[in-house]
Design a protein around this ligand. Structure first.
Ligand SMILES: Nc1ncnc2c1ncn2[C@@H]1O[C@H](COP(=O)(O)OP(=O)(O)OP(=O)(O)O)[C@@H](O)[C@H]1O
Ligand SMILES: O=P(O)(O)OC[C@H]1O[C@H](OP(=O)(O)OP(=O)(O)O)[C@H](O)[C@@H]1O
Length: 230
């Protein structure tokens, strides 16, 4: 990471992008027009700010790009930050967007999956020394159950976790919940909230130390913008 290299800001390309762009623009950053073109195949974009580029990557990869120094700044949910627990980044600012929760869910006893008291791993609601859970968050899930003295075997999925109980992968899932409508539509119920989730501004620690004037100035700018939006 050379001091004269452009600063790189990593943004998640999925659902959070719509919520984060007003903050980016309020901070005075306008990406080149191609950024808004869904057919554009480039992933790195110049902005109106000389020496500041934006990359558009998957939400789960923002933390990795920033932790490895490929990007200096980024926006990521604390679900992603908890899952990876990178030492090389820090999250100085809650942007108060992307509100949801990371929860444990299981078949709703009153619904058509209510008969599912066991899963392929043999666990029951009353015999849970070892259980199986389908999730995109195996590290958080294992740590959560370990705190309760339970060993969780995780089936790693990248989406559509809510299908797992009906199709026999696992009785339980750990996934993000916002309105609760996805759980309901799949005959599941939320049984425990593991973490409340919002999106954070994240910063590569080394970049913050070696380029305090530029990286620190952006952190301050986003702090002002977030305070004003609140
Ligand atoms: N239902 C939701 N409501 C609010 N925020 C959410 C919700 N689901 C996810 N988020 C937040 O958005 C981030 C990205 O969501 P998700 O992992 O579902 O990716 P995506 O936007 O579907 O894109 P992709 O899976 O293609 O990377 C999550 O890490 C979380 O912080
Ligand atoms: O409680 P709700 O308001 O229904 O939201 C929860 C859903 O939102 C997220 O999925 P998303 O829509 O991002 O799709 P994905 O499975 O492709 O990540 C999450 O994984 C849940 O499936």
């Amino acid at each position: 990471m050379q001091p004269d290299e452009p600063l790189v800001l990593a943004l998640p390309k999925g659902r959070i992008l719509k919520e984060v762009m007003p903050l980016i623009r309020a901070a005075g950053i306008d990406p080149e027009p191609a950024f808004d073109d869904d057919d554009e195949r480039r992933l790195r974009f110049a902005t109106n700010v000389p020496g500041l580029h934006i990359i558009r990557v998957r939400a789960f990869d923002v933390a990795t790009f920033v932790a490895f120094g490929g990007a200096h700044l980024g926006v990521a949910g604390n679900d992603v930050l908890m899952e990876f627990a990178y030492d090389d980044l820090y999250a100085p600012l809650d942007l108060d967007i992307g509100h949801c929760r990371l929860s444990l869910a299981e078949p709703d006893p009153a619904g058509p999956l209510g008969h599912m008291v066991t899963d392929a791993a043999g666990d029951t609601p009353h015999n849970v020394g070892h259980i199986r859970v389908a999730t995109k968050y195996p590290n958080i899930t294992r740590a959560h159950f370990a705190r309760h003295g339970i060993q969780a075997e995780c089936v790693k999925l990248s989406g559509a976790m809510e299908l797992a109980p009906a199709l026999g992968l696992s009785r339980r899932i750990v996934d993000l919940v916002s309105s609760g409508s996805t759980l309901k539509a799949n005959h599941l119920r939320e049984v425990a909230v593991i973490a409340h989730v919002t999106s954070r501004l994240i910063v590569n620690r080394a970049a913050f130390k070696t380029r305090p004037n530029t990286v620190g100035a952006w952190v301050n700018r986003f702090r002002e913008v977030a305070a004003h939006a609140a």
